[in-house]
Design a protein around this ligand. Structure first.
Ligand SMILES: [Mg+2]
Length: 435
């Protein structure tokens, strides 16, 4: 009895439809939510240090701004077209992403957050059509967060990706939501999908398939298993099965376990003195430790990274990393700061102009399962409580309201972000004012 129920549940999941939800032009859309003056203009978002374009609104795509273009190359075009240009505001995007993902939970508990702006949902094929459900998800997200999304639905992840790509095209009638779950449209759409556009088929596999005259998703789906196994890796063979509607890629309800936490940035200007590098390192460390505690983890190793400018190293290229590991994992800034500074001293060389630094926390374990320490256990407990209290205050009153003595929030090492929008949703001081 127990066994057959388990089997039933498995069959149910096997029969479930997979929806892929993807936020349209996510970063650009986030900027638009809070700034009505840019709703009709082309919008672009820049990478760290305002270097190149990493997100574009539909209008920006239409005037010919390409992904990844350096700002200086498109600046005059953007000016001419009265475009809005933003530095990246990751606090805003992270928070908006969290809101979108949270709303999804009202539709199904089975969600795999795939990236900041994408999630897979496992949906029971029900009486009410999947397409109607797709539209209600889309409308609710738009109404509650202001973010436009596209939804593709099918039997497998790979097919859902293809459906999603199609649903993104504004000129098609299935704009917004496309349901290919046991649909007779699938064949035509797969015939219209080139090998290079299939999720999971890499460049090299693509070449091999093309050399064998397998040019579309439909052709790959129809290819004999033995030939597929000869041409592709195991992963490639799974993709081909997914195109036939057979689920081969796992659905991961729980986010994959974190192995490390990294915080590493390029500086706004190069810095040479130890004090500035120490400030930068402690600042990155503060951010990484916050993340560590947010996930209820502790770390037993810290790696410090340093490097000169990749393109203009002064006086010569130099980069180095070193790791400090401890017997006892911790989640206390005080302890990790101590480790990090010891490590920084080991790799710092004077007279170099550094462009980048960073830290990585690793050896992560759940914070509640820490082994008792032979010495110092009481002191660690106190620090642990202090950190929790500091996080709580900073969460309420804004980043760095309370911080440790050595931690500075400004310096030459800070990123250039001349055009950053306010932290509308994450900072009380930058809330939107309505007149
Ligand atoms: Mg997207």
């Amino acid at each position: 009895m127990g066994k057959s129920r388990l089997l039933d549940q498995q069959t149910l999941i096997m029969n479930n439809a997979i929806a892929l939800l993807d936020c349209n032009n996510f970063y650009a859309s986030c900027e638009r939510v809070f700034d009505a003056s840019v709703r009709r203009k082309p919008v672009v978002v820049l990478s760290n240090n305002d270097g190149c374009v990493i997100a574009r609104s539909e209008e920006a795509k239409q005037i010919g701004v390409t992904m990844g273009s350096p700002l200086f190359k498109v600046e005059s075009l953007l000016d001419e077209q009265d475009a809005a240009v933003f530095s990246s505001n990751y606090a805003l995007y992270g928070d908006m992403s969290f809101r979108v993902m949270n709303l999804l939970e009202s539709f199904t508990p089975e969600i795999e957050v795939y990236s900041i702006d994408e999630a897979f949902l496992s949906l029971e094929p029900r009486k009410k059509s999947l397409e109607t459900l797709g539209h209600s998800i889309r409308e609710k997200i738009y109404k509650w967060t202001g973010i436009p999304v596209s939804i593709g639905i099918a039997e497998t992840k790979v097919l859902a990706k293809i459906a999603n790509k199609r649903a993104k095209k504004a000129e098609l009638k299935e704009h917004g939501v496309l349901n290919l779950y046991h649909s007779d449209k699938t064949e035509a759409i797969l015939k219209d999908t080139l090998i290079g556009d299939i999720w999971g088929i890499g460049y090299r596999s693509g070449l091999k398939l093309k050399a064998n005259n397998i040019l579309t998703a439909w052709a790959l789906r129809e290819t004999d298993n033995r030939l597929i196994r000869r041409l592709l890796t195991v992963t490639g063979a799974r993709i081909a099965l997914e195109l036939r509607g057979i689920k081969c890629l796992p659905f991961e309800f729980v986010q994959t376990k974190k192995h490390n936490i990294t915080c590493s940035r390029s500086f706004g200007q190069t810095v040479a003195d130890y004090e500035s590098l120490k400030e930068a390192t402690l600042y990155f460390l503060t951010r990484a430790c916050e993340k560590l505690r947010k996930h209820n983890l502790a770390a037993n190793a810290v790696t410090v990274l340093l490097s000169t400018d990749r393109f203009r190293p002064v006086p010569a290229p130099y980069s180095n990393t070193a790791t400090y590991s401890s017997t006892y994992p911790t989640d206390s800034n005080q302890e990790i700061q101590h480790w990090a500074l010891k490590t920084l001293e080991r790799i710092y060389k004077p007279h170099y102009e550094y462009r980048r630094a960073g830290i990585i926390l690793s050896g992560l374990v759940p914070a509640e399962k820490l082994t008792k320490r032979m010495f110092d256990d009481e002191r660690f407990e106190q620090q642990h409580k202090l950190m929790k209290a500091m996080d709580e205050i900073n969460r309420k009153f804004g980043k760095d309201t309370v911080r440790f003595g050595g931690v500075k929030t400004e310096g030459d090492w800070k990123m250039k972000q001349a055009r950053k929008s306010p932290g509308y949703t994450t900072n009380w001081n930058e809330l939107l004012t309505v007149y």
